[in-house]
Design a protein around this ligand. Structure first.
Ligand code: ZN
Length: 168
């Protein structure tokens, strides 16, 4: 099984974990959290199924960042938030509601912001590089607790993970 699949990620240092992060199984924004004073999460690439981005927006300063999990800067980030940050905000609003996200980020929504795009327009931060590693490793831990309902067969990759009795 694994020995017949030679995707590049399997040869990297996180090889024992990454095979479960098969991008074709990823939602557009598979991970989002309000933590460490930031809205942050993982956004899958629209064009390259082997790539994910770690995107974040700081509470208060609204400094934003987007890079690959290997800290390569996002090409869409040219002084303004990229599409991954748009997707991150949209997903955050879905999961937490616009009131909670705006309160956390300290965005003024008294004039009636409803969507992630509304929030994005009200941000006044600039690009502020932040390391992707912490968020990405939390994402991997998060994945290890997920069921994969789309799977239609045995998943040898899951044998890499310790047994998780908590999964229903
Ligand atoms: Zn980006």
């Amino acid at each position: 099984m694994l020995e017949t699949e030679h995707v590049p990620w399997e040869r990297r240092s996180l090889a024992s974990v990454l095979p479960a992060v098969r991008p074709r199984k990823l939602a557009k924004v598979p991970f989002v959290e309000l933590a460490d004073g930031r809205l942050q999460g993982v956004v899958s690439s629209g064009s390259d199924i082997d790539r994910v981005y770690v995107s974040s927006i700081a509470a208060g300063s609204h400094g934003f960042n987007c890079s690959t999990n290997n800290n390569r800067p996002c090409g869409g980030l040219r002084g303004a938030p990229c599409k991954h940050l748009h997707a991150l905000l949209d997903e955050a609003v879905l999961q937490y509601g616009v009131a909670r996200v705006s309160r956390y980020l300290r965005v003024d929504v008294t004039d009636g912001a409803q969507t992630g795009a509304d929030l994005l327009r009200r941000l006044d931060g600039h690009h502020e590089p932040t390391p992707a590693a912490v968020v990405f490793s939390r994402f991997l831990r998060h994945l290890s607790y997920l069921e994969l309902p789309a799977a239609d067969g045995p998943l040898p990759e899951l044998h890499w993970f310790p047994a998780t009795g908590a999964v229903r």
